[in-house]
Ligand binder design. Sequence first.
Ligand SMILES: NC(=O)c1ccc[n+]([C@@H]2O[C@H](COP(=O)([O-])OP(=O)(O)OC[C@H]3O[C@@H](n4cnc5c(N)ncnc54)[C@H](O)[C@@H]3O)[C@@H](O)[C@H]2O)c1
Length: 317
Amino acid sequence: MKIGVIGAGAVGVAVCNYVLALGNCRELVLLDKNGARAEGELMDFGHASSLTFGKNIRLNAGDDYAMLENADIVVITAGAQIKADQPRIELAEVNSRICVDIARNVEQYAPNAILIVVTNPCDLAAFFIINNTGFAAHQVISSGCVVDTARLMKIVGDHTQLDPKNVFGYILGEHGSHCFMPASILGAGGQPIDFYCDNNQLPRIDPQQLLQDVKRAGYEIFKRKLNTTHGVAASVYRIIQAVSLNEHSVLPVGVLVDNHYDLFGSVLSLPSVIGRNGIEKVLEHPFTAEELTELKQIHQQIRGVIESVAKITELNC
Ligand SMILES: NC(=O)c1ccc[n+]([C@@H]2O[C@H](COP(=O)([O-])OP(=O)(O)OC[C@H]3O[C@@H](n4cnc5c(N)ncnc54)[C@H](O)[C@@H]3O)[C@@H](O)[C@H]2O)c1
C-alpha cells in the first residue's frame, strides 16, 4: 500500500502518526505547498524507524505531485483554516477551489487512488472534487461524520459507564452544524438506549441535548487549542484501515447522494460499506418519517450552499 497525505499541518501530521504507528503500508508520502515543512516532518518521523517498535516504511516528502505516482490512498488535509469572523461560505469557496486543484494534480499520477477528504467543509469539497475531476464517486470519501459519531459514542459511553466502542449510533448529514442523530438506532451494549438506562438506574438521554453536545464537542476543543487533531486523525485512520484491509466496514462517511432516499446532488454522511474500492455501497436505513424529513431538510440546505459556491467559483455542480 502506498499512502499519500496532502497538507503537512496539524491534521496531516497527526494522520501520518497513525499510519506510521499502526499502519502496514510500504510507502508514505507527505506533500505540502510548503515542501520544506513536509520534508522536516518526515525527517523527524524517520528517526522512529531506529526504535524497536518503529516500522521501516519508505518516507517521501516535498511539494511535487509526481511523488504520489500510483498511490492507493490519498488523504487531503490541505487548505485554509477558518479565520475569526470569516463567513463559513467564504472558507467553503477557498477550500473547495484548493481541494479541486489538489485532486486534479493527484489524478495525473494516481487516478485509481481512493481519496479521503478532510479539509473543511469536507463534504462540500468532496462534492466539488467528484463533479470537477475524473475521480468516480466511489473513489471520493469525505471523512464526514466519522469523528462526530466518535464524539457521540464517547459521550454516551461516559453516561452509561461503558466502553464507547459498545455504544451504537450514528451522526449523519453534514459534518458540522447540519448533522442529525437518528435516535431510533441509538443503543448501548446491544440494547436500545432507553431500555439500558432504565435497567441500570440511569437518567434517560435526551436525544436533542445529545446532538447539541456532539455539535459543541469540536467547538469546545477548538476554543482551548485552536484546532482539533487527534479525534479526526483517528477517524481518518479508521477509514484508511477499512480501505486498505478491504474490511467492508460500515462507517458514517460523506458519500455522493445519488438517488438515495430520493435525494440527488450533495455529499452527506450516510452509513456506507467501505472497502478496497472506497465506497462499496450506501446502506438504506429504515429511518422514521421524522428522521427522513430531517435528512431531506439538511440536503436542501446543503444544495443551497453548493449552488452559491458554484456560482462564485465557477466549479461544476
Ligand atoms: N473534517 C474534519 O473533521 C476536520 C477536523 C479538523 C480539521 N479539519 C480541517 O482540516 C484542514 C487542515 O487543518 P490543520 O489544522 O491541519 O491546518 P494547518 O493550517 O495546520 O495545515 C494546513 C496545511 O495545508 C497546507 N496547504 C494549504 N494550501 C495548500 C495547497 N494548495 N497545497 C498543498 N498544501 C497546502 C499548508 O501549507 C499547511 O501546512 C482544515 O481545513 C481544517 O478545517 C477537518
